[in-house]
Write a protein that binds this ligand. Structure first.
Ligand SMILES: NC(=O)c1ccc[n+]([C@@H]2O[C@H](COP(=O)([O-])OP(=O)(O)OC[C@H]3O[C@@H](n4cnc5c(N)ncnc54)[C@H](OP(=O)(O)O)[C@@H]3O)[C@@H](O)[C@H]2O)c1
Length: 322
């Protein structure tokens, strides 16, 4: 799937291309599933901070089956099922990647789960290990808790001993978060999120994880307890303007979380984080959701459904083009 020009999701089109030659150090894979992230649609629309040079093929994380290896490759063999943080080019049926970028994935993970955990879980891992201060037993409100980034934060937060409240718009999304250990859920469409959070936490919540922003942000800042931390993660609902007086009052902190840009400058450290997340998954401490799947030819539909809040959990594309 190729984007000739940034600006509109409709720019995404199926193009038949020659498969690249296999060069030293590389392997060829048949892609089994590719994760679709909200960021992919922002990038295609030209609204993301990173603007890829066009033409480009979207899709940053894939699971594939190795079909061919260069003579000098020793870490992976034909037939292996591997995860690849491919960066770009995942919306394809085949790829040639450097062997060092392939990671054999636990058999317990389905193709779809394996292709959709990375961005969401590494963002949460980065937030909790590198940006915010996590104290076991602290409370955390997660916005968009039934979406990709939010659900991963619920799962990792619970694994790290946080007491999590999940905020989401549908029963299905709230249930996914409860299934991952959230102790309470708030309906963002019908409930007063600030009042309900304060009620559930006896005064205020210690942390807010916010991939949504928009009108929800200010009431959630005000729902923070003294010394509370507000993690700014994303803006699907719009970029909020937060009142500084409510940051000063009771010594709150606003923490920016930009895993996406950090990765570019810290690839070795990020690779270590990825292995830690995979190890947590293997030990059963983290529980990536089984994604909703669409054929690649319906990628635009999938992105629109994501933007229209119709997807609970994650989305994976499978390599079917008609
Ligand atoms: N900071 C970083 O490093 C980083 C890394 C990855 C992603 N992100 C950002 O995180 C954000 C969320 O990504 P995601 O993959 O979790 O997306 P997602 O799977 O679509 O989930 C987003 C959730 O936001 C909620 N939402 C509220 N208002 C919305 C609106 N107007 N339009 C769409 N959704 C709305 C929806 O939940 P309800 O229906 O329950 O309200 C939806 O489930 C994106 O802005 C993305 O760019 C940031």
């Amino acid at each position: 799937m190729l984007v000739q020009e940034l600006g509109s999701l409709d720019a995404l089109e199926v193009v038949e291309m020659e498969s690249p030659a296999l060069i030293d150090g590389h392997v060829r894979i048949d892609i089994l599933a590719c994760g679709l992230n909200y960021v992919d649609s922002l990038m295609i629309e030209g609204k993301y901070q990173i603007k890829p040079p066009v033409p480009y093929r979207p899709g940053s994380e894939v699971v594939g089956r190795v079909t061919e290896v260069a003579a000098d490759v020793t870490n992976v063999a034909v037939g292996d099922r591997v995860f690849v943080p491919i960066g770009i080019g995942g919306f394809s049926d085949q790829a040639v990647v450097h062997a060092s970028r392939t990671i054999k994935i636990p058999s317990a993970l389905s193709d779809g789960q394996g292709a959709t955990f990375m961005q969401s879980y590494l963002t949460a891992w980065f937030a909790f290990h590198k940006r915010a201060t996590v104290r076991e037993g602290a409370t955390m409100l997660v916005l968009g808790a039934g979406g990709g980034v939010g659900l991963a934060a619920v799962d990792l937060g619970v694994a790290m001993g946080l007491r999590v409240i999940a905020a989401a718009s549908s029963e299905e999304k709230r249930q996914l978060a409860i299934d991952r250990g959230a102790f309470a859920a708030v309906d963002v469409l019908t409930e007063d999120v600030k009042a309900r959070t304060r009620e559930l936490c006896g005064g205020g919540v210690d942390m807010v994880y916010d991939p949504v922003g928009g009108d929800l942000a200010e009431p959630c800042l005000r729902a923070l307890a003294p010394f509370g931390q507000y993690m700014v993660v994303g803006f699907v609902g719009g970029i909020p303007r937060l009142p500084a007086n409510h940051v000063l009052l009771t010594n709150r902190t606003i923490v920016g979380v930009d895993w996406g840009a950090w990765v570019g400058r810290n690839q070795i450290e990020n690779a270590g984080m990825l292995m830690e997340v995979l190890s947590f998954i293997e030990q059963g401490k983290l529980h990536p959701v089984e994604p909703v799947t669409y054929p690649m030819s319906k990628a635009v539909q999938a992105m629109q459904d994501l933007q229209n809040r119709k997807i609970a959990g994650k989305v994976a594309l499978t390599p079917q083009f008609d």
